[in-house]
Design a binder for this molecule. Structure first.
Ligand SMILES: [Zn+2]
Length: 60
């Protein structure tokens, strides 16, 4: 699972500390709470549908 910053959509770093995880955006230079972090897999799945349509079109 890859998480991205909800503000800038850049990948965020996972910082493991004291048994819990924090997420840090190097771009915004701020911590991102887990509930706010976006799962990039969901975003790419959404985009893959459009790519799928195009590849089907060019194959046919
Ligand atoms: Zn950010």
């Amino acid at each position: 699972m890859n998480l991205v910053c909800p503000d800038c959509l850049k990948p965020i770093e996972i910082i493991k500390a004291c048994g819990c995880r924090d997420y840090f955006c190097n771009h915004c230079n701020q911590l991102v709470s887990k509930s706010r972090a976006l799962d990039i897999d969901e975003l790419s799945n959404y985009q893959e549908k459009e790519v799928d349509d195009k590849s089907t079109e060019s194959a046919a």
